[in-house]
Design a protein around this ligand. Sequence first.
Ligand SMILES: Cc1cc2nc3c(=O)[nH]c(=O)nc-3n(C[C@H](O)[C@H](O)[C@H](O)COP(=O)(O)OP(=O)(O)OC[C@H]3O[C@@H](n4cnc5c(N)ncnc54)[C@H](O)[C@@H]3O)c2cc1C
Length: 400
Amino acid sequence: MSEELTRPFEALPESCDVLVVGAGIMGLATAHHLARLGAGRIVVVDQSYLCSGASGRNGGGVRAQWASEINIGLMKRSLALCADFATEMGINVWFRKDGYLFLARNEKRRAELEGSVALQRSHGLPTRMIGPAEVAAIVPELDVGRVVAASYNPDDAVVFPWPFVWGYARSCQRQGVEIFPFVEAELETENGRVAGALLRSRRTANAGAEHRIRAGLTILATGAWSPEVARPLGLELPNHPHRHEICSTEPLKPFLGPLVADLESGLYFSQSMRGEIVGGISNNRVPDGLDQRSSLRFLGLYARELTRTMPILGSVRVLRQWAGCYDLTPDGSPIVGRVDGLGDLVLLCGFMGHGFMMAPIMGLLTARHLMKGEEQELFDRWSLSRFERGELLAESMILG
Ligand SMILES: Cc1cc2nc3c(=O)[nH]c(=O)nc-3n(C[C@H](O)[C@H](O)[C@H](O)COP(=O)(O)OP(=O)(O)OC[C@H]3O[C@@H](n4cnc5c(N)ncnc54)[C@H](O)[C@@H]3O)c2cc1C
């Protein structure tokens, strides 16, 4: 993204109405909608460059196939926002609606998928269960020998994440939101409320330079870093960072329609519009932590499962591998909304491995919630206090 969309450290103001910490997709989408609703002076800071966090490292999968009412309902709306994004924001996000295919390799998984398909259909989605023959008709290169059934929603999609982030950043800038990359925030309290932050430059030219900013409202949109950003406030968040790896192959002639996913192994892969096969796999043996390095173990794990699923890919070369951090919560649902006892802090974190697809709708709903008091139920259900109340949520269609 060009420099004129962001601002230098020296231009940081003394105060703002809203301070958004974290310029990932969640922070920027929210800032964009807050600006639209006239939230006043909005400052967004990020300790690194735009797209440095999970928002610049993900697979770009956007789907409405979920197993809970709440996620299906939200993702139906988010998918519609994704589909309109290019036109509305004037930036090509390579939105490709070729569906998601969730494979079932045993009867238990088939029954689970059948349950979620019924729920999705009751929400008006065109998802349907299909047998191995139809799976093979949709993706002839798949080895369907081990496939019992699959759920298929032709309306699910894949996007290219970077222009999505840039689109929000550009819209923010047009609306007067000030975005400061390479500025690390340390939140500060005053009389029991979060009053702003001590900001530190991370640019080589003036590394360590400090600036204090006062904020009427502070939004914590720091993804997998959220527990460590919240800790100095005495706030222990239950989410934790977990490395997730992904890779991309040399480009191939377009042949693969839907994103293929297997909830058993956690394997998923799709073909980008440039022809690369982009995919990843769950790896529960990775210890928690903010580690974004790539590993050989991942490549072995992924290659084995991918070539078992689609043998034709056995001779394709991997061009690039990278990693990012999932922001995992104990029940697989995000943590959003105001924090009891810390009046002016709003959490927007814990989005697991599916926050990219949720950001368009969560940015909108968060802004409306803060400005107009809407969507109270969602912000109660996904609140931090649900963990204390023991009201954990259930969602089984989680990848990774
Ligand atoms: C490999 C991989 C594949 C994925 N695939 C998908 C997918 O297909 N579909 C999907 O929907 N989701 C996917 N996800 C998840 C998705 O990328 C995330 O849920 C989403 O991007 C989270 O956005 P965010 O803005 O909350 O966090 P981030 O994008 O991580 O942004 C947080 C930002 O906060 C900044 N920050 C942290 N601490 C501070 C501080 N103290 N001061 C200032 N700034 C700070 C960081 O630099 C970072 O830029 C994937 C994730 C990974 C890692």
